[in-house]
Design a protein around this ligand. Structure first.
Ligand code: MN
Length: 766
């Protein structure tokens, strides 16, 4: 029965044969015999990839089958991995989802397929190589299950074996990536044969000419090499036979890649690479305890026959290589006068060396903790794979490779990798990319699904940040942010957001006090706090400014008199309830209307300015004055000059004159960079009222604030727009913003303030 009508009967037979090969290999292994699910996975993949062919022209399904075969026969994995390998490209390349896989094959296989899809998606974008180090980390991080990495290795090996049918520009890139990432990882995982093959295939595509040259020279020298080998090995064989050993002896040629590496490293031509091949002797031995002795017996037999190179004996048995490799190596002088390396191994040692999962996963000290943690896991996995008991396989499922549990790695839509602390959210990601993205983030898309801001991310997630100009930073975000950077940026933004509201609250409080003829004193403040139940004066100003607390004129009397202690709590609870239902009082409403009216006027003014304002003549002296009730200038908010200050005008893009203090650092920059747009100015006799910032400092005492305000409001009749005050111990600092006509009035105010008992300093701040 043919699943895919687009394949020829011959192809169909080839596909079936390839799959049977996988199945037979599996049945011959020690694994449980879960044939049914493997057959279903095969049918599912076949149906999903139906009608699709690889670039080479062969039906696509042959690729997953080949990957499954590598996973099973060259890595030694079981049914779960075989199924995942068969299905590994289904989610990425077809309409099926991970959920479909889960429904049909259960959560474990679905997880593996999801992991494999994540490694593929986004990673092989243009930035993959540049981020290779990250990628290597990602592979390890995201692989909650090491099998994801192992199957990926099989996938890559098959892609490398069939790389010839890819476009040349892709060949080069994939080859580089393989050499840089996959081969070292294979080495680390103990997949020695796969590592060597990956290296050689990469070399072939990265340096095709060097590869072809070496290949050619190997061929040319083969007959001679064979003759030398026969000459060399005959006496050894004779001797080993008399020792009664069961063994195999063969000449093992170095890989093209390692020959090339040697040529490059030593700057020598092919002809001078004397150790082109090694002679390998593999003996059978049932008793591991005797292996070492036999190795040394063979060593003795060979050194009886040939001259030993004194410095080239390597005992990897007593001290195995870091990656678990065991063997006894020696180098002797061959019959043609060249040095020949001989490798002596037991069958067990040979299998470990060739097939991977070497016995000893002890890495060099100093390679870092990641390595040693990885080793612990790999040792466990190796044990399980060597002795696949059903219970042990289940155990593998429950093992999670949480090597970098404290970190996750996610992608941007463009495939860039971002490392975040574990449990980071969409909002953390937004702040990591850019503070503005964070502050305006409204939601995210994780793997193309819309999710809320507080969605936690997992390694391998592709994350898109959605923003809106109307979004504002929220205090509640603090609860789910994970990264320190995001938290500090949010904190700063919230403070900035609160500032105007606090100022407005301050103003409303001042108006309230004035209206009800209450003294502006710390006692009043304390009573206001008691009345409103607010925790701090800043909170009170914020609440009043935001309109969540409205000051009631009816409270004035009790605030003036203070509250009898016994009544406090009752009164406060009554007041709190009042506040809850309170609507905006008259003061609040008026201010709001005023504010919006001001805003409208501003907007209208702006439009007018850009359309109708006559061009400023920078050659003349410009008079700063009111025309039709509007100023013909703008006050720069960096230095806030007022009449009496030495100023200059800067003609902005809207042809408006922006007035800066002569000493303003910004004005200096403008003068240097925009000379022709600077206009000389003079203040008209009455140019209006301007905001000036006055700082008053001194020693705190009861009633001092009231006296200061009395100076400003009563004595000088100056409009106080904003007042901030802070007392630290005995000292207070106060910042006030007053509306004044010119510098002379501010100076007058300051000198009067200095007469208030306790005021040490009163000066305008620019
Ligand atoms: Mn694939």
């Amino acid at each position: 029965m043919q699943t895919d009508p687009t394949v020829t009967p011959e192809e169909d037979r080839a596909i079936e044969a390839a799959f049977r090969d996988v199945l037979n290999g599996y049945l011959a292994s020690n694994h449980r015999k879960k044939v049914e699910i493997i057959e279903r996975a095969y049918k599912f993949a076949q149906e999903a990839h139906a009608g699709v062919r690889r670039r080479s022209g062969e039906p696509y399904i042959l690729h997953p089958i080949a990957v499954a075969k590598i996973a099973q026969q060259e890595i030694g994995l079981g049914s779960t991995s075989i199924c995942a390998a068969l299905l590994h490209d289904v989610v990425e390349d077809t309409d099926y989802t991970v959920e479909d896989i889960e429904r049909n094959f259960g959560p474990k296989i679905a997880q593996l397929v999801e992991g494999l899809t994540k490694i593929s998606g986004g990673i092989f974008g243009d930035k993959a190589s540049a981020q290779a180090e990250n990628f290597r980390k990602l592979l390890l991080t995201m692989s909650e299950d090491i099998r994801v990495v192992l199957i990926k290795m099989a996938d890559r090996l098959h892609n490398m074996r069939t790389l010839g049918s890819m476009a040349p520009n892709k060949q080069y890139k994939i080859a580089g990536e393989t050499l840089y990432i996959y081969a070292p990882l294979a080495h680390r995982l103990g997949l020695f044969a796969i590592k060597t093959e990956l290296e050689d295939l990469s070399f072939k595509y990265e340096h095709p000419r060097a590869w072809a040259d070496i290949k050619e020279k190997i061929k040319e020298t083969e007959a001679k090499r064979q003759a030398v080998y026969t000459d060399f090995s005959a006496p050894i064989r004779a001797k080993l036979d008399t020792m009664g050993l069961h063994y195999e002896s063969k000449a093992r040629l170095k890989s093209c890649y390692s020959i090339w590496r040697k040529m490059e490293a030593k700057h020598i031509p092919f002809e001078e690479v004397y150790d082109l091949y090694a002679v390998r002797i593999v003996f059978d031995c049932d008793d591991p305890a005797r292996e070492k002795q036999i190795c040394w017996n063979i060593y003795a037999a060979i050194t009886d026959l040939y001259r030993l190179h004194p410095e080239r004996t390597r005992d990897w048995i007593s001290v195995p290589k870091a990656n678990g490799y065991q063997a006894l190596h020696l180098t002797v002088m061959g019959p043609d006068g060249n040095w020949i390396e001989v490798q002596i191994r037991s069958r067990r040692m040979d299998e470990i060396a060739e097939k991977g999962f070497a016995a000893h996963w002890k890495y060099k000290i100093g390679e870092g903790e990641e390595e040693s943690e990885l080793n612990v896991w790999l040792r466990t996995i190796k044990d399980i794979l060597e002795n696949p008991e059903p219970s042990a396989i289940d155990f593998l499922d429950t093992l999670k490779l949480n090597l970098f549990a404290s970190e996750i790695v996610v992608f941007t839509p463009r495939g860039e990798l971002i490392t975040l602390p574990a449990e980071s959210t969409v909002l953390d990601m937004a702040f990591t990319l850019h503070t503005e993205l964070g502050l305006h983030c409204i939601a995210g898309k994780v793997n193309h699904k819309l999710v809320p801001l507080n969605q936690q991310l997992r390694s391998g997630d592709q994350v898109e940040v959605l923003t809106s100009n109307t979004q504002k930073p929220q205090a509640e975000w603090m609860d789910f942010l994970k990264t320190a950077k995001a938290k500090s940026r949010l904190r700063a933004a919230l403070r900035r957001e609160r500032q105007p509201v606090i100022a407005r609250g301050q103003e409303l409080i001042a108006q309230y006090l004035k209206k009800n003829r209450l003294p502006a004193s710390s006692t009043t403040n304390q009573r206001l706090l008691e009345r409103t139940g607010m925790g701090s004066y800043e909170d009170l100003r914020y609440a009043v400014g935001a309109g969540t607390v409205t000051l009631d004129d009816d409270w004035a009397e009790t605030i003036r008199m203070g509250v009898i202690p016994g009544e406090k709590s009752i009164l406060r609870s009554i007041l709190r309830n009042t506040i809850k239902v309170a609507t905006l009082g008259m003061a609040g409403k008026n201010t709001e209307n005023e504010a919006s009216a001001e805003k409208k006027a501003e907007d209208a003014d702006g439009d007018e300015a850009s359309r109708e304002r006559p061009k400023v003549n920078t050659k003349e002296v410009y008079t700063l004055k009111y025309e039709d009730g509007h100023p013909n200038f703008k006050i720069a908010d960096c230095c806030c000059p007022i009449p009496g200050d030495e100023v200059l005008g800067f003609v902005d893009d809207n042809n408006e004159v922006v007035v800066h203090a002569m000493a303003c650092p910004r004005a200096l920059v403008l003068k240097a960079g925009y000379g022709p747009r600077i206009v000389q100015t003079r203040w008209a006799v009455s140019a209006g009222k301007f905001l000036a910032h006055v700082r008053v400092e001194g020693l705190d005492r009861h009633g001092i604030l009231q006296e200061i305000i009395a100076v400003v409001s009563t004595q000088m009749d100056i409009d106080l727009r904003r007042l901030d005050i802070e007392a630290t111990g005995e000292v207070f600092h106060s910042d006030m913003w007053v509306r004044v006509e010119d510098v002379a009035i501010v100076n007058d105010l300051c000198s009067k303030l200095l007469t208030v008992d306790g005021v040490e300093r009163a000066a305008r701040i620019q």
